[in-house]
Design a protein around this ligand. Structure first.
Ligand SMILES: NC(=O)c1ccc[n+]([C@@H]2O[C@H](COP(=O)([O-])OP(=O)(O)OC[C@H]3O[C@@H](n4cnc5c(N)ncnc54)[C@H](OP(=O)(O)O)[C@@H]3O)[C@@H](O)[C@H]2O)c1
Length: 271
């Protein structure tokens, strides 16, 4: 039996085990996926241990996505983003960022084209970084706003090497015109700031697309407001399942059972 898993700290609420084990069962693959709580100071030992144990692949979540790049061989996109969420154990430990792919796929599946569009990203952490690099790669103009301006400015400086990207402080967003708004902060997340909006409600205007990367709850305050105002919405759960599906494909070389994975993720969230 092959072994896969997710490393993070904390990790016990991850829906990835449910999603991947359901995929393995559906595809009749003799494999199991488990979660491992790994403290930051133990990351190197955990990767070495996984190698020694013959683990085939790992997902990597908060807070290890950046640090893990020092312990693996990243592909070009992961290197550019500066973070990885998927490791494949081969002759070497290969690192990928499937969050970027997951975000693009969620937009694509909702029928939202990004080329030539102006996209406002709220946040400048790991998720925002992956999404910003992915979007400029597809020909979008990215506007970043963030609570901590320095962090937002750093992201813009990095992304600008590859495409159009500017920073706008939160206090100046009202003047901005944009086609797509993406929340890449935890604001609105259950257990953190449920019911809260990441930006002023005035910014949610009819005709724009609103993508909330927060997936718990699925119907965040931002999504509810966007629907009320007649905006097209994109759900964080779709990004989550697509990033997992891409990891599955990287590990197994097989086409992932997306619907099975989504159903398992939704069931795990309900629990
Ligand atoms: N759907 C998916 O597949 C998926 C994947 C990854 C992440 N996510 C979502 O994205 C969120 C962010 O993840 P991450 O990995 O990017 O985290 P991160 O690296 O810790 O970054 C968090 C970002 O949110 C901002 N922020 C945090 N609390 C805030 C508040 N109260 N008000 C305003 N801004 C605030 C931070 O601003 P400062 O710089 O000012 O601290 C930072 O820009 C997660 O909570 C999760 O809901 C979803």
């Amino acid at each position: 039996m092959d072994c896969y898993g997710v490393i993070g700290h904390p990790v016990k609420h991850s829906v990835s085990p449910a999603m991947h084990n359901a995929a393995f069962r559906a595809m009749k693959i003799d494999a199991v996926y488990a979660s491992f709580d790994v403290k930051p100071e133990d990351l190197k030992k955990a990767i070495e241990g996984a190698k020694a144990l013959g683990i085939k692949g790992l997902n990597v979540t908060i807070p290890h996505k950046e640090e893990v790049l020092k312990l693996a061989k990243p592909d070009e996109l992961a290197l550019r983003i500066g973070a990885a969420n998927t490791l494949k154990f081969d002759e070497e430990v290969l690192a990928y960022n499937t969050d970027a792919y997951g975000a693009l796929k969620a937009l694509e599946n909702a029928g939202v084209g990004v080329s030539g569009k102006t996209v406002l990203i709220i946040g400048a952490g790991g998720a925002a970084r992956a999404i910003a690099f992915a979007l400029v790669g597809e020909g979008a103009t990215v506007v970043v706003t963030n609570r901590t301006e320095q962090r937002g400015l750093k992201l813009v400086q990095d992304v600008r090497k590859y495409g159009e990207c500017v920073f706008v402080p939160m206090s100046e967003l009202e003047k901005l015109r944009f086609d797509i708004l993406i929340n890449a902060t935890p604001v609105g997340m259950s257990g953190y700031m449920p019911g809260k909006l990441p930006v002023d409600s005035k910014l949610i205007k009819e005709g724009i697309v609103v993508f909330d990367t927060v997936y718990n709850p699925m119907e965040t305050a931002l999504i509810k407001l966007a629907k009320m105002r007649g905006c097209k919405v994109v759900y964080g759960i779709d990004m989550l399942v697509h990033q997992g599906a891409r990891a599955f494909e990287i590990w197994t070389g097989l086409s992932p059972p997306f619907d099975v994975m989504k159903k398992a993720a939704l069931n795990a969230l309900e629990r």
